[in-house]
Write a protein that binds this ligand. Structure first.
Ligand code: FAD
Length: 286
């Protein structure tokens, strides 16, 4: 049973996100992280994809490596930007052959520097989900944005497009956020639109204040004043990490209490914060 939809039907999932390493040094860091996280027996791991195919081979290599060298089912991220139908069909055929059963279908973003990206047969993630459904039996996840997508003109249309997308998919994983109420509101508003598919909250423990502030600004995530103030008064990186992990642990506990079907950790290819949260929450291990 390695389809995430089946895992979600069986109970809560606890999962980790990695990005494909760029060089030998980053590769060594990730290899150590995987060794340290494997004993937590995550339900699945997911591997990001550089929009436009910039990490096409590296994403595939890491996904296939996880599939063959660990017991953890992998999920491959895939984006619309810069891809035509035939390329997606080739990528999916290779995953199916390797025994990979899960894909996260995303729009991706155009290059921030304004450079042209190759032509694409898809505009929205929904277009990619529809095509994936027509060519494979893979389990398909999609992205959800609890505080709305930064390009959305309003929250109402954002939720309607998300509900329609999620109805075609099997589950959603969210952008990271720092207040449980954003997740609860998202799930309730989707239910009001008739969509009750599982939505797994994405967790980003703050281990570096300026790094996460930058990422939050890019993704339209509110960085709460209380969290900023708590972190900004810390004198050492170790204290920042401790306070960030404590805040993430409280958020995880609130989300589980609110009925979240799982937790998805943005690991940034490191293991320590995730392991500490696991220990604090007493999550199932091994
Ligand atoms: P969509 O669902 O297409 O939505 C994008 C915007 O279009 C939203 O404003 C939506 O409301 C609107 N919209 C949707 N359908 C329609 C329609 N029919 N008409 C008009 N408007 C519409 N990016 C990467 O490049 N690689 C990754 O690996 C990656 N992983 C991610 C993982 C997660 C869990 C998340 C939350 C995001 C990830 N991203 C990744 C970022 C993602 O690609 C960007 O946030 C992107 O801008 C939006 O992707 P989406 O799939 O949510 O887009």
């Amino acid at each position: 049973m390695t389809q995430i939809s089946a895992l979600l039907r069986a109970g809560r999932t606890f999962s980790f996100e990695f990005f494909p390493p760029k060089n030998d040094e980053a590769q060594a860091v990730l290899a150590r992280t995987i060794v340290e996280l494997e004993p937590l027996a995550p339900s699945f791991v997911s591997v990001t994809y550089g929009a436009g195919g910039s990490t096409r081979e590296r994403t595939r290599d890491l996904v296939v490596q996880m599939r063959h060298e660990t017991k953890i089912p992998p999920m491959a991220h895939l984006t619309c930007v810069g891809h035509v139908h035939q390329e997606i069909e080739d990528i999916i055929a290779a995953y199916v052959e390797a025994g990979v059963e899960n894909v996260l279908a995303l729009a991706g973003d155009l290059p921030a520097d304004g450079t042209d990206s190759p032509p694409s047969d898809y505009i929205f993630a929904t277009d990619l989900v529809e095509h994936l459904r027509s060519i494979s039996d893979m389990c398909i996840g999609v992205a959800a944005h609890p505080e709305g997508h930064p390009r959305s003109p309003d929250m109402t249309s954002d939720r309607q497009y998300l509900a329609a997308k999620l109805q075609l998919a099997d589950f959603a994983t969210t952008q990271f956020f720092f207040e449980a109420e954003h997740y609860v509101r998202l799930v309730n508003e989707l239910a009001d639109l008739g969509c009750t598919k599982p939505v797994i909250p994405g967790i980003m423990p703050v281990t570096n204040l300026s790094q996460v502030q930058r990422m939050a600004a890019m993704s339209g995530t509110e960085f709460p004043t209380w969290l900023h103030d708590d972190l900004a008064t810390m004198k050492t990186p170790e204290e920042v990490r401790r306070v960030g992990v404590e805040a993430a642990t409280r958020l995880c506990a609130e989300l589980l209490e609110a009925g979240a079907p799982g937790l998805h950790f943005y690991t940034l290819n490191r293991s320590t914060a995730t392991r500490e949260i696991y220990a604090e929450l007493g999550l199932p291990v091994g």
